[in-house]
Design a protein around this ligand. Structure first.
Ligand code: F6P
Length: 361
């Protein structure tokens, strides 16, 4: 049985990180009598001059509703390099990190993060170090779990933003475009688009054509609706084209919303505006669901570690928290199924995905 475990958060922040930390610490100390160490700034905190701090039930008191992470995070650094457009985990810092963990008598790790962070966690597992992962990302693109915490809060924020844009679109007879995050998955755009009554949803899984968007704008005009609301995922692409990056070297997506705005304004002559929701989707307090899911994940992760599970990630399946191999969690990105029920429902109620063959659906 362990005496001391480490907890770290990696990747972009997401609402609910502190809920997981709090639950993990309370379970580790209260239920299993372990000591807990917080590792600062993701895996960077176990390199060089280590940045470690004792976590107690007192230090995690009051953090449940707080956004961000009390431990700090990084979504790039010594463990994660982008080489030729791919994320690579270099070997070298792992040796140093393992030495530092041993020196500080940290015997196991709870790693809270998305695909990149969990890929690093898997490297520790492969070197024989006990690790359990907790899936985090507003993008909801981890294949081994039905939901990641942070996603539902991001959907709430994007939905409220669409509601607000709706009133301006209707008052000014404009085309309003909301660009949301999600990397190469369209979950945020799809679910917020449905909940926020978008007329057009553009997602990476269904390449769009401008003719098809314009067709929808004119169809609406014919029916007397002189405005159109479009939600576009940052990774959405026009048929035959690549994603648009703000920074190609750093693989930072962004800019497709404004591209759509310019083209639609040109093609229809209608006044159009684009709003990029950006990091507002990640910041601030988690909603009740993400507090609950984060708490459940945090407690279950510690229990899994203590009961001897290794190289696993906690996951939500059919409403229950289970454990799955970390290797499965990082193997594939979870994409929207273009023929799945949510897309079907959206089409049934008249939402366009602007596919070139949209009229066939
Ligand atoms: O993975 C979460 C996420 O917010 C993506 O949706 C987005 O593409 C990326 O992180 C933005 O990262 P950064 O905070 O480095 O701009």
């Amino acid at each position: 049985m362990f005496k001391k475990i480490g907890v770290l958060t990696g990747g972009g922040d997401a609402p609910g990180l502190n809920a997981v930390i709090r639950a993990a610490v309370r379970t580790a100390i209260g239920e299993f009598g372990l000591r807990c160490i917080g590792i600062e700034d993701s895996f960077e905190g176990i390199l060089g001059e280590t940045q470690l701090r004792k976590l107690t039930t007192k230090t995690v008191s009051g953090i449940l509703p707080r956004g961000g992470t009390i431990l700090g995070t990084r979504n790039k650094g010594s463990f994660c390099k982008i080489i030729d457009g791919k994320m690579v985990v270099p070997e070298m810092p792992i040796d140093e990190a393992l030495r530092n963990l041993e020196q500080n008598k940290i015997e196991a790790l709870i790693v809270i993060g998305g695909e990149g962070t969990l890929a690093i966690a898997e490297q520790f597992h492969l070197r024989g170090f006990p690790v359990v992962g907790v899936p985090k990302t507003i993008d909801n693109d981890l294949s081994a779990t039905e939901l990641t915490f942070g996603f539902r809060t991001a959907i709430d924020i994007a939905t409220e933003s669409l509601d607000r844009l709706h009133t301006t679109a209707a008052s000014h007879d404009r085309v309003m475009i909301l660009e949301v995050m999600g990397r190469n998955s369209g979950w945020i755009a799809l679910e917020a688009g449905l909940a926020g009554s978008a007329d057009v949803i553009l997602i990476p899984e269904i390449p769009f054509s401008f003719d098809s968007i314009v067709k929808k704008v004119y169809e609406r005009e014919k029916r007397g609706s002189l405005f159109t609301n479009i939600v576009v995922a940052e990774g959405a692409t026009e048929v035959g084209k690549n994603e648009i990056y703000l920074d190609e070297e750093e693989l930072r997506l962004g800019g497709v919303g404004d591209y759509v705005r310019m083209k639609i304004e040109d093609m229809t002559g209608k006044e159009s505006r684009c709003v990029v929701l950006g990091h507002l989707q990640r910041g601030g307090s988690p909603n009740a669901f993400d507090r609950m899911l984060g708490t459940n994940f945090g407690a279950c992760a510690v229990r899994a570690l203590v009961t001897g599970e290794r190289g696993k990630m906690v996951a939500l399946r059919a409403g229950r928290v289970v454990t799955v191999p970390l290797a499965d969690a990082i193997a594939n990105v979870k994409s929207v199924n273009p023929d799945g029920q949510l897309v079907r429902t959206a089409r049934d109620i008249g939402i366009s995905f602007a596919a070139p063959d949209e009229e066939d659906h």
